[in-house]
Ligand binder design. Sequence first.
Ligand SMILES: Cc1cc2nc3c(=O)[nH]c(=O)nc-3n(C[C@H](O)[C@H](O)[C@H](O)COP(=O)(O)OP(=O)(O)OC[C@H]3O[C@@H](n4cnc5c(N)ncnc54)[C@H](O)[C@@H]3O)c2cc1C
Length: 276
Amino acid sequence: MTHANLTELPVALKIKKVVDETPIIKTLYFHYALNSRPGQFVMVWLPGVDEKPMSISEDIGDGFAVTICARGDTTKKITELKEGDQLGIRGPYGTSYHFEQNENIVLIAGGYGAAPLYYTALEAAKLNCKIDFIISAHKKENLVFLDKLKKFKGLTLHVATHDGSVGIKGRGTDILKKIVEQKEIHRIMTCGPEMMMKAVCDIGDAKNINTQVSVERYMKCGFGVCGQCVLDPMGIRSCVSGPIMNSKVLKMLDEFGNYQRDENGNKIYFDNPSMK
Ligand SMILES: Cc1cc2nc3c(=O)[nH]c(=O)nc-3n(C[C@H](O)[C@H](O)[C@H](O)COP(=O)(O)OP(=O)(O)OC[C@H]3O[C@@H](n4cnc5c(N)ncnc54)[C@H](O)[C@@H]3O)c2cc1C
């Protein structure tokens, strides 16, 4: 199918294939030329339920994929869909990760953050980048794309689990600290829980390494009109100036690593989610 070039309107797409990644995470494949770049997202609409932002986990020209974690009502319903069912898709939207030919890059993922970084690795490998890929989770069963990454030729995979069930016992950032001490790294790219990404920025900034972050905020329109996803204090819209943002910009934003806003604009603090 060709690209409709109407990114503000959803196109109805049939799910071509569904793959179980973990007990609560599934990848949905579509036959459609999205023309995206790694780090960008689409809005996924389940008619009669809701529409949600999802990062693109693969784009192979005439097909793409999204990898969805069943967290709440909408994502649970979407992950129950089967091959042949339809979803509305708008996009691609937002900024993408940046890397150049022959660079040494580190990709560090937590949870479903492995999905957009897998797509990034596929594209970076085409530019002959040397890739260190770090994935982490509480336990082995929660690691996303472990098998795919193990088979990825030329990529160095590092695994951390909090319970030590596979890889090192500890955090992905423990591995990152060692890598940046051992060799020259041109860029770090991260996607995962915000407190993990904040720690990644601190490590990257201390070594003056270009560090790019996928900032997740509550998004409604996805293309800069509604203002739902603005970041304090500058009012930057994360759907158009992000989701991929540089750590230098994030340093100027009080709310990064501190709080996010819910669908009504109330502040939800990361260290105390019940405090608004
Ligand atoms: C740029 C971007 C890329 C994302 N990529 C992925 C991805 O690849 N895979 C994936 O599983 N999830 C991704 N998410 C998160 C995903 O959009 C939310 O988990 C999902 O919207 C939850 O909806 P729900 O109705 O199932 O859960 P709810 O119970 O409504 O919410 C569960 C959690 O998701 C947050 N959330 C709910 N609605 C939105 C929304 N419209 N925008 C942002 N956060 C929301 C809530 O604040 C809450 O923290 C991404 C979010 C953004 C902003």
